[in-house]
Design a protein around this ligand. Structure first.
Ligand code: PEP
Length: 261
């Protein structure tokens, strides 16, 4: 990994009430307080963001949301704006998660607008891309994912692009227990970096690219040995504070290399 700081982000999806989130934060902070070598992000449901702001204040754990609107404000029932997220100390936001694309019909066009709004508002977007099983079996995974990346990001300045995180999440691996092999994850993350390089040249070397899809405490180290895998977006395995902190401790790429994993 070329001088990129690893990132491990948890995506709680639609889990955890306010009291569950507060309880999690207390236990989790105790386990990860000594971590210095990677960035940790918790992407929580909207209702848990404000209480988590208080719990995570002055800690090393960053707060993220799982979606946001591309509009600033207005008659958009059920939506949340970038300003509202900033107001509760969010610094990251997941955009274009496959569940948003598949279940809520989000298009590449909307995703591009959300990425742009996140950047102009001062939030770091975690742009999710990934192919379904049919596309993979047709041998078109790289083409699909490269198209998603360029449609979401083209037109942005190199400066803006340098503030984006991309998460490669094959849909067939999300919540299924089937992880991509580290070789496949590397191949796809490298093809994403090639697309970023077309958009922003050498600065693409600075963009963190995460893998997501059934990442667990016992497979993260192997994934992290790959040169273009800079961390993980973790769903199910982020829900337990002790299990997630174990995953984070196992994610240190230096440990993975020394142990020859
Ligand atoms: C996700 O929701 O982004 C995800 C990768 O989920 P899981 O880790 O449960 O596969």
């Amino acid at each position: 990994m070329a001088n990129r700081r690893p990132v491990i982000a948890g995506n709680w999806k639609m889990f955890k009430t306010v009291s569950e989130a507060e309880d999690y934060a207390v236990k989790f902070l105790e386990e990860v307080k000594a971590v210095t070598d990677l960035d940790i992000i918790l992407c929580a449901p909207f209702t848990a963001l404000y209480p988590l702001k208080n719990e995570l204040e002055e800690s090393i754990v960053h707060l993220g949301a799982q979606n946001m609107a591309s509009a600033d404000q207005g008659a958009f029932t059920g939506e949340i704006s970038a300003q509202m997220l900033l107001d509760v100390a969010c610094t990251y936001v997941i955009i274009g998660h496959s569940e948003r694309r598949e279940l809520f019909g989000e298009t590449d066009e909307e995703i591009a607008m959300k990425v742009q709004k996140a950047l102009t508002s001062g939030l770091t977007p975690i742009l999710c891309v990934g192919e379904n099983l049919n596309v993979r079996e047709e041998g078109k995974a790289a083409e699909r994912v490269q198209g998603q990346v360029s449609r979401a990001l083209s037109g942005l300045s190199t400066e803006d692009l340098s503030r984006v995180i991309v998460a490669y999440e094959p849909i067939w691996a999300i919540g299924t227990g089937k992880t991509a092999s580290s070789k496949d994850a590397q191949e796809m993350c490298a093809s994403i970096r090639a697309t970023l390089s077309d958009l922003m040249g050498l600065a693409s070397e600075r963009v963190p690219i995460l893998y997501g899809g059934s990442v667990k405490a016992d497979n993260i180290a192997e994934l992290m040995t790959e040169p273009d895998v800079d961390g993980a977006l973790v769903g199910g395995a982020s829900l337990d504070p002790i299990g997630f902190s174990k995953l984070i401790h196992n994610a240190n790429p230096l440990v993975a290399r020394v142990e020859g994993i």
